[in-house]
Design a protein around this ligand. Structure first.
Ligand code: NAD
Length: 349
């Protein structure tokens, strides 16, 4: 059986990646669309062979509860809308896959987790990077200490953001600027690679004075995280410089590796180097690419079919949100912020 998904929000990500991604999926199929634009939804439904009776809008969304073709709902709306639609989907008795960032506050993340628990439904945050083969190999190399123990990881994710009208520049819809949108990849990937939770964060935030793009949300954040095993993470994100999405892990036994690009939808590249005598040998392993959204949707579909907990459950999104909130606190105070130790995530690792 294939799990039937309803896609909520027909914006760039849904049209450019998610709907095409079903073509490469083994366990998932699109069966319903939710959109405020009936004409657009009708056109897209025809394109993907979705029955027009399975088109919903934001008002009649709750009627999905009467539609047995829909097993799961994929929320692809602006960040601050995730909570409402995750909660409504759970109340309608559906499993929920939610885009990142999970929400715009830790309290909202907790309410989403609680709503899904109460409904007895699964909740997964769409952290595609964690299902992607290049990043999975990097995680494996960190864990198996390929070039020794990783002591330092440097991560960066930036893009020069345009289009003043977009929701990403409005705090009420986005929750923040570069940090929750693209900096989150650095944060989440560092935690993924190390399999540990940071105990301290220190951050600096900057927005160019007078740049109208950054009236409500931040432009650039630099932050550092300390992990209990001794690893230090240096991360940066910006909406104000040319795009670059990469990371590098430094081991203590003669080598380093990482990805550049690391967070793109395709053409990711692993790269590194190690010492052989006095020579430095470059490595660039070739890894078979896969459609990242198909991998992620299939993972969730299999969790539903086999009654398992997703690898990136709601608790992962909550933890990232708590750390991002600590990053903002540190940037404001100019002081390091200590994070509460958490153990609940160990059950997913
Ligand atoms: P988008 O602006 O292209 O699409 C958003 C959709 O929401 C549009 O169809 C829009 O009509 C609809 N919408 C409904 N109410 C709205 C409102 N009040 N204001 C604005 N739009 C409204 O955005 P997107 O790039 O598709 O991002 C959607 C979500 O997906 C975000 O949470 C974003 O962080 C996430 N995202 C994830 C990835 C990834 O790689 N996982 C990539 C891009 C976006």
């Amino acid at each position: 059986k294939r799990i039937g998904y309803a896609i909520v929000g027909l914006g760039n990500l849904s049209l450019g990646q998610i709907l095409p991604g079903f073509g490469a999926s083994k366990y998932a199929k699109p069966v319903a669309l939710v959109s405020g634009d009936a004409g657009k939804a009708k056109k897209i439904a025809a394109q993907y062979g979705i029955d027009p009776k399975n088109i919903y809008n934001y008002q009649n969304f709750d009627h999905i509860k009467d539609n047995p073709e829909i097993d799961a709902v994929y929320i692809v709306l602006p960040n601050s809308m995730h909570e409402e639609y995750v909660v409504r989907a759970a109340k309608a008795g559906k499993h929920v896959l939610c885009e990142k960032p999970m929400a715009t506050s830790a309290q909202a993340c907790q309410r989403m987790i609680d709503a899904c628990k109460q409904a007895g439904k699964k909740l997964m945050v769409a952290y595609r990077i964690q299902y992607e083969p290049h990043n999975r190999l990097a995680k494996h190399w960190v864990r198996e200490q390929k070039f020794g123990k990783v002591k330092l990881i440097d991560l960066h994710n930036s893009q020069n953001i345009g289009d003043l009208a977009q929701w990403r520049l409005h705090k009420a819809l986005a929750g923040g600027g570069a940090l929750p949108d693209i900096g989150l990849y650095c944060l989440n990937t560092a935690r993924y690679l190390l399999g540990e939770e940071p105990h301290t964060v220190t951050a600096t935030l900057y927005s160019t004075p007078g740049d109208v793009r950054f009236k409500e949300v931040e432009e650039t954040v630099l932050w550092q995280m300390q992990f209990p095993g001794g690893a230090l993470v240096n991360a940066s994100t910006s909406y104000g410089v040319h795009q670059s999405r990469r990371y590098r892990c430094f081991g203590d036994k003669g080598g380093y590796f990482g990805l550049d690009p690391a967070f793109d939808y395709e053409r990711l590249q692993m790269e590194g180097a190690y010492a052989e005598g006095k020579q430095e040998v470059k490595i660039a392993p070739s890894i078979k690419e896969a459609q990242q959204f198909a991998l992620e949707m299939d993972h969730f579909a299999r969790c539903i079919l086999e009654n398992k907990t997703p690898y990136t459950p709601g608790e992962e999104g909550l933890q990232d949100q708590k750390i991002m909130e600590a990053i903002y606190v540190s940037a404001k105070s100019g002081q390091p912020v200590k994070l509460e130790p958490i153990t609940t995530l160990d059950t997913f690792r």
